[in-house]
Design a protein. Structure first.
Length: 70
């Protein structure tokens, strides 16, 4: 019987949002909730929803922010 390699996948993710503020030495880490709103507390989201929200927010903010999926 052949074994199929399984890629490690986490079904739940966090979206970290870091604003690139000018003149600020320390970046401020924020998070996105399930509605795509910026908040200070982390929210656990299903992987597909997190990927979609992260991509949309990066398109909106462009170089003004760094959106990271954790």
């Amino acid at each position: 019987m052949a074994t199929i390699p399984v890629e490690p996948a986490c079904p739940i993710r966090l979206i970290s949002f870091r604003l690139a503020a000018k003149g600020s030495t320390e970046p401020r880490h924020l998070f996105l909730d399930g509605e795509g709103q910026i908040c200070s507390d982390p929210h656990w989201l299903p992987r597909e929803q997190a990927l979609l929200l992260a991509r949309n927010q990066q398109l909106i903010w462009g170089s003004a922010a760094e959106v990271i999926l954790l």
